[in-house]
Design a binder for this molecule. Structure first.
Ligand SMILES: Nc1ncnc2c1ncn2[C@@H]1O[C@H](COP(=O)(O)OP(=O)(O)OP(=O)(O)O)[C@@H](O)[C@H]1O
Length: 257
């Protein structure tokens, strides 16, 4: 992890009607790290992610992404930032009427003036990069397994060579083997492409395996942000219940063998 800041959120306040979601929320994310956002249901994890990628507006505060204040961008700056950020939404959100290759090519068609042949080549490269066989490019999403759909969605998120990858519940709905393989892919992409990765996840196995640090949303703010072993030292009831409860485990299996 470098000391270069890629995302800096300060004094963020988010409110829907009279309901306060975030209040004085602060979070700093560094280049090359994998950070997960966790917290109870409704604590505003997905909303925070949507604010960072310009899909939602907070009431007050500051969100700087790659040195740009995202709350006051003109159209050109928004476009620039959207290209620097790859996003995989929950369930992949691929267009069902397009093949995988067409889905991956779509951001390239929208954001570049590259030739059709070159775009096809780039899409094929991204499809290979995420570990899909070449013939998967000709398939429609409905013809793919859950794990392949997630990989295709990651390929589309990587289409424009982003610096930051946002993943909303990437392993949700996958069997443990598929989820583990996707975790491997996320680590591999971070290491080979130098990506900074921000994940919203409830998957404890994933948290242990892929994250460098975990940011815990509680009481409308980021209550703590640290590697999991450090979080376990904190005496917060929700955190203890989360990691030490019936579905949690105090130490990763890898360190037991
Ligand atoms: N556009 C919106 N308008 C009104 N309320 C919203 C909007 N978006 C989110 N909310 C509310 O804000 C709260 C936080 O939602 P969000 O989806 O960010 O939570 P979360 O932490 O990701 O939850 P979960 O773990 O259940 O997915 C919820 O109560 C939700 O109903």
């Amino acid at each position: 992890m470098s000391s270069e800041i890629v995302i800096e959120i300060s004094q963020l306040r988010t409110q829907f009607g009279s309901v306060i979601i975030h209040d004085d929320l602060n979070l700093t994310i560094y280049r090359g790290e994998i950070v997960a956002l966790i917290g109870g249901s409704g604590t505003g994890k997905s909303t925070l992610l949507r604010e960072i990628i310009l899909l939602e507006q907070p009431i007050a505060g500051s969100i700087q992404v790659l040195g740009q204040e995202v709350l006051h961008l003109n159209d050109e700056q928004s476009l620039w930032l959207r290209r620097r950020c790859g996003v995989m939404f929950q369930n992949g959100a691929l267009f069902s009427s397009l093949t995988v290759a067409e889905n991956v090519a779509l951001p390239l068609r929208e954001h570049t003036r590259l030739s059709k042949a070159f775009i096809q080549e780039l899409a094929a490269f991204k499809i290979a990069l995420v570990g899909l066989p070449a013939h998967a490019g000709d398939k429609y999403p409905a013809q793919l397994s859950g794990g392949m759909i997630k990989r295709a969605a990651v390929a589309r998120a990587l289409a424009l060579d982003p610096e930051i990858l946002f993943l909303d519940e990437p392993t949700a709905g996958l069997d443990p083997i598929g989820a583990d393989a996707l975790d491997d892919l996320i680590i591999q992409l971070k290491e080979s492409l130098g990506l900074t990765v921000v994940i919203v996840t409830h998957d404890l196995d994933s948290l242990w395996k892929v994250t460098d640090r975990v940011a815990v949303l509680a009481d409308n703010r980021v209550f703590a942000v640290a590697p999991i072993p450090e979080l376990l030292q904190l005496n917060h009831p929700w955190l203890q219940a989360y990691f030490q409860g019936p579905r949690g485990r105090a130490v990763p299996t890898a360190s037991l063998v």
